[in-house]
Design a protein around this ligand. Structure first.
Ligand code: HEC
Ligand code: HEC
Length: 215
């Protein structure tokens, strides 16, 4: 009891400190995007990423951004700009965004919660679930849930996988080192290198299908 009440008191003190900063949320900085500016940019993102940012299977698979972790989104936009992550489309999109616009877009996208896009093959969902929850110890593959969370929601720089388009996840894991971690700086993409190498193509497809149906 004593420990709990001490912890509560501590948390309350921290909260008081955080919220004591005068007018924190209300005062807009001069560079914050206007509501119209933000809306126009979002409409642009959604022409590719889907009307509710649920993703879209076009000529390229467009990843779901809905419910994605804001820190991850900001990290990836920076990676496109610095060409650590290669994608010609997203370089052009990202390099014109102000940091304030990126923060506002990421905060908005986090709140969206459309149903998963669906359409993934259902033949290996059981294997996908096993890989996600337990990994494959015999191939040194860790459980995805250990980092991406038991429901695949991610946290901070670790992305949400729940509801992500099957075709996007499959392609991304297959091409990992071709698309990410370019340049001399080692970034967060290095964490996924051993895992993507140690999974076979059919195991990648199985886990990609499994996460695509998580809500
Ligand atoms: C012309 C189409 C197009 C537009 C417009 C577009 N994107 Fe993208 N975006 C893509 C494609 C294609 C990818 C997948 C890149 C890849 O395969 O690595 C992507 C990837 C991303 C990613 C990485 C997602 C992940 O899961 O790693 C983020 C973040 C992103 N886009 C944000 C945005 C934002 C924010 C906007 C609007 C300002 C936007 N995009 C507009 C096509 C587009
Ligand atoms: C040790 C922690 C860790 C484990 C275990 C892990 N991941 Fe990741 N994963 C990450 C991090 C960190 C990133 C972000 C990489 C970056 O910044 O480019 C990531 C990114 C990804 C992405 C890219 C998502 C996107 O939107 O582009 C996919 C797909 C992914 N992981 C799938 C998996 C799967 C499937 C497993 C299990 C087989 C797994 N991960 C296990 C930490 C982990």
């Amino acid at each position: 009891m004593k420990v709990i009440s001490l912890r509560l008191a501590f948390q309350t003190a921290i909260l008081a400190l955080v919220f004591a900063a005068p007018g924190r949320a209300e005062v807009k900085g001069p560079t914050d995007p206007s509501p119209q500016g933000l809306q126009a940019k979002l409409t642009y993102c959604k022409t590719c990423h889907g009307l509710s940012a649920e993703g879209y299977r076009g000529y390229y698979p467009m990843p779901r951004l809905a419910g994605q972790q804001p820190v991850y989104i900001e990290n990836q936009l920076r990676a496109f700009i610095e060409r650590r992550r290669t994608n010609p489309v997203m370089f052009n999109v990202a390099h014109v965004l102000s940091p304030e616009m990126v923060a506002a877009l990421a905060a908005h996208l986090k709140e969206l919660n459309p149903a998963p896009y669906g359409g993934a093959p259902k033949g290996s969902l059981a294997l996908g679930k096993t890989i996600f929850e337990q990994g494959l110890p015999e191939s040194n593959v860790p459980a995805c849930s250990a980092c991406h969370g038991p429901e695949g929601n991610g946290k901070d720089e670790i992305p949400r996988l729940a509801g992500q388009l099957f075709w996007y996840t499959e392609k991304t894991m297959t091409n990992w080192t071709k698309e990410r971690g370019h340049g001399s700086v080692k970034d967060t993409s290095a964490i996924m290198v051993p895992t993507t190498h140690d999974l076979s193509q059919s195991q990648i497809a199985a886990v990609a299908a499994y996460v695509s149906y998580l809500k």
